[in-house]
Design a protein around this ligand. Structure first.
Ligand SMILES: CC(C)(COP(=O)(O)OP(=O)(O)OC[C@H]1O[C@@H](n2cnc3c(N)ncnc32)[C@H](O)[C@@H]1OP(=O)(O)O)[C@@H](O)C(=O)NCCC(=O)NCCS
Length: 230
């Protein structure tokens, strides 16, 4: 487990592996998505599917294909939520049974290298830039990368519910490195998420990788309650 051990509560199963060495098997429908891709893309895609099935097996979920929608989002079996991420040398998958306690999940891994300074303004909003400026050097660039990763995790968790493409400034992230967690506040409406919605997530950093996760709870229930009381 290593890097992923602290990222989710027990109801979420995770798996990780190196796409370069993993013996990954794809279903024919999955193969069709990457038939014209490069060898390394085929490997990372296959690794994601295989690791997701490994995680599903540990939840007792029968093996099944995980097709990709036209927007590239994985199509999980009915009643399952999940997320996949890969970067050079690492692929991770997280899956859970959909429930009130688990509406959607997001996971992201990145190399533990500083965020390119040219990307700072694209990724970070003013609050995040001010917070970064108060952090000690060296280390700011890595924290900026953690903010980037947190936003990728939030994006992957929100997308299956909102089907909306939201930009990096749509969510503001406050990292708490002491507890290995973060709070992400929506700054836009992306139904069923309203501006002000807060999602909490976790961060793990090793010498090689940054990993972040988000598990959203009660999203549909809260939206339904809102409609009733409107
Ligand atoms: C979709 C996105 C998050 C994927 O990130 P990435 O840099 O390609 O890298 P990762 O390896 O971490 O993730 C790729 C996996 O995400 C999953 N994914 C792709 N699109 C997705 C979506 N719309 N929703 C959920 N998961 C998605 C797929 O499983 C994909 O792997 P696969 O193609 O092998 O199946 C990114 O490309 C993107 O479009 N970001 C939008 C902007 C953003 O992040 N905004 C932040 C707002 S808070």
């Amino acid at each position: 487990m290593g890097l992923l051990a602290e990222l989710f509560d027990g109801h979420v199963a995770t798996a990780q592996g190196d796409p370069r060495s993993l013996a990954a098997v794809m279903y024919p429908i999955e193969q069709s998505y990457v038939s014209r891709a490069t060898e390394s893309r085929r490997r990372e895609f296959a690794a994601g599917r295989s690791l997701a099935r490994q995680a599903m097996a540990s939840l007792g979920v029968p093996q099944a294909a995980i097709p990709a929608a036209s927007d590239r989002a994985p199509v999980w079996p009915a009643g399952i939520v999940g997320s996949i991420s890969h970067c050079s040398g690492l692929c991770v998958a997280a899956v859970a049974r959909e429930s009130q306690d688990c509406s959607s999940i997001g996971i992201d891994v990145e190399p533990a290298t500083p965020l390119d300074e040219d990307l700072l303004d694209t990724i970070c909003d003013d609050d995040e830039l001010r917070w970064l400026a108060r952090q000690a050097e060296p280390g700011r660039g890595l924290l900026a990368k953690a903010i980037f990763s947190a936003k990728e995790s939030v994006y992957k968790a929100q997308y299956p519910l909102s089907r909306q493409i939201i930009g990096f400034h749509a969510v503001s992230v406050a990292l708490d490195m002491a507890s290995g967690s973060f709070l992400a506040r929506f700054r836009v409406d992306a139904e069923p998420f309203l501006s002000g919605y807060q999602a909490s997530g976790r961060i793990a950093i090793t010498s090689e990788f940054i990993a972040t996760s988000v598990a959203l709870k009660n999203v549909k229930e809260k939206a339904a309650q809102r409609e009733l009381s409107a």
